[in-house]
Ligand binder design. Sequence first.
Ligand SMILES: NC(=O)c1ccc[n+]([C@@H]2O[C@H](COP(=O)([O-])OP(=O)(O)OC[C@H]3O[C@@H](n4cnc5c(N)ncnc54)[C@H](O)[C@@H]3O)[C@@H](O)[C@H]2O)c1
Length: 278
Amino acid sequence: MPSIAVITGGAGDIGRAIAVRLAESHDRVVLVDINEAKANEVAAALNSKSDKTHQKESNDSDKFIPLLCDITDPTQVTKLPRKVLSPDEDSGSDPATVHTLINNAGATWSDSLHQMTPNTWKRETALNLDASYLLFHAFADSLKRTRGSVINIASVNGLAVFGNPAYSAAKAGLIHLTRSIAVEYGKYGIRANAVAPGTVRTAVWEERMRANPKVFEEVTQWYPLKRVVEPADVANAVAFLASRELAGAVSGVCLPVDCGLMAGQGVVAGSFSQCGDY
Ligand SMILES: NC(=O)c1ccc[n+]([C@@H]2O[C@H](COP(=O)([O-])OP(=O)(O)OC[C@H]3O[C@@H](n4cnc5c(N)ncnc54)[C@H](O)[C@@H]3O)[C@@H](O)[C@H]2O)c1
């Protein structure tokens, strides 16, 4: 039976990088996204690249499969497992081949509590936390059968305050959901882990770049490695956590992929130690 990886937000920059990496270890990679046109475009581009690399026969099925779904809608999410197995028919038998679920879709619309409205709070927690529970609930039986793994894309915002309070509260909740899955479903062989990226150079920064063209220079100063994260950095961490061979004993962790941000700040260390070495 072919092994399948399901990636929410698969049409986004990080989702796409994860898809490329997981295609190395899975037979099919499903790109679940609310943006149908973009998901189709990304899947077509990845399929054409993969076909050239692997000299695909014309009757082989595509490796990357786009799938339209608003993951904040419980009704749509409930229908996903059948669609993942039989994308063209909306009917299928056993969705037991899902080995890996990546809860990656996420976004924020409010930078501070001052800007927040009850509606935005609800919208951000629905996408960044509730949807990941819905997806896990939908695929739990499949993951039990494959002794599969869940990887939740959290953020350093879930570990400390960097603005965007509803998004951050949701990401903190997502890290806790990860631990809950690891503890309760470990007995079925399911591993659950989170990745907490720092600033990643993706399309979501375009608006901030327009407002402040030096935004990356500005944020880079806080990163001990003096660079921000690339989508491929996140994808590499996901590939490690998804691998039973490499990370078979790793469950319930949140791995920062943050160029050292959560380790501490040189300026603070210098001030506390009164030492110029930082
Ligand atoms: N970019 C960063 O700096 C950064 C930092 C830390 C964490 N992250 C996290 O990484 C993940 C991916 O971020 P990205 O930068 O690639 O963003 P992106 O905007 O490029 O991709 C997000 C994707 O999610 C999709 N999506 C949004 N709402 C959806 C819904 N309701 N249903 C289905 N799909 C939906 C979008 O259409 C988009 O394709 C997010 O969870 C984000 O919080 C990003």
